[in-house]
Design a protein around this ligand. Structure first.
Ligand SMILES: [Zn+2]
Length: 285
């Protein structure tokens, strides 16, 4: 008889199988860890996590980019609206002034008529916030626009913050403007604003939607006040140039966060760091 004792079968858990199992488990764990790390990064990149404390100004593009003639953004109003119910800006091709009040977004072309902005229209420059005022004050005495700005400055707690201001009132007189739609190749904002159309209102009630930007945001925006106006019947308005307010009420929100959304291609071939303050002050005031 030959010794044909069969080799004993390796019990489960023999060293060979165990090492394979350990290797596979390690591979599975490493893969899972890599996937989880990837998801965590993707989540944080997508803006996951708790929102920052305080109110936020959401801004599409920079004012210097607009001044340089960057009039076509890639942000649709459908995507802008979730960032705020209150704000101002313009529409692609610099097709008029934009004002947002109580979640309603309006476009005001050179006829001075306010019409709702379509969801699929896009903006090259806009500022919006979820308006939540912390301060309210009555404006009892007549004020022109410069006096109004000085009066508002006295109500602000810190000039280094960004402020959203909503003024509801009666105006003996008010001057606003809009800019005409441009066609490529786009001229600079200084040239385009040279073709602005001015509207004058007398004995009108309405709302000023405005922001005050601190000096250090020069270039990203324009320091000081930027205000748009909408009549109480929400049929007319424009970019506010001057006014004579009889009486009104101001609501003020301090914004501690700035979210800047740069459109695709905003920086290509344009010097966005140029000091355009003088040029912009002439256009916007
Ligand atoms: Zn404006």
């Amino acid at each position: 008889m030959t010794d044909s004792t069969p080799a004993p079968a390796r019990p489960a858990g023999s060293p060979g199988i165990r090492s394979l199992a350990v290797l596979l488990t390690a591979l599975v764990l490493a893969t899972a860890a890599a996937v989880m790390t990837y998801l965590a990064v993707a989540h944080s990149r997508a803006g996951g996590g708790a929102p920052p404390p305080g109110l936020t100004l959401f801004q599409a593009s920079t004012l210097n980019a607009l001044a340089a003639g960057h009039y076509d953004g890639d942000l649709a109003f459908a995507a802008l609206k979730p960032h705020g119910d209150f704000g101002l800006g313009t529409v692609n091709a610099l097709d008029g002034e934009m004002i947002a009040l109580d979640g309603q977004f309006y476009q005001i072309r050179t006829d001075g008529i306010a019409t709702p902005v379509a969801e699929d229209q896009k903006t090259p420059f806009a500022m919006v916030t979820a308006f939540s005022p912390q301060t309210t004050a009555a404006l009892a005495q007549p004020l022109d626009f410069r006096q109004l700005q000085a009066h508002l400055d006295g109500l602000l707690s810190d000039p280094n913050l960004i402020y959203a201001v909503k003024i509801t009132g009666r105006f003996r007189w008010l001057k606003a403007r809009s800019v005409p739609r441009q066609t490529p190749p786009y001229p600079s904002l200084a040239v385009a604003a040279g073709r602005q159309v001015i509207f004058e209102f007398t004995d009108v009630e309405g709302t000023i939607v405005g922001f005050r930007l601190p000096a250090y945001l020069q270039g990203v925006n324009l320091p000081g006040y930027h205000c748009h106006f909408l009549t109480a019947d929400r049929r007319r308005g424009g970019h506010l140039l001057d006014c004579r307010m009889e009486q009104g009420r101001v609501e003020i929100a301090a914004l501690r966060n700035l979210y800047l959304k740069l459109p695709t291609g905003v920086a290509t071939g344009q010097d966005l760091s140029r000091d355009r303050r003088q040029e912009l002050e002439k256009i916007e005031n």
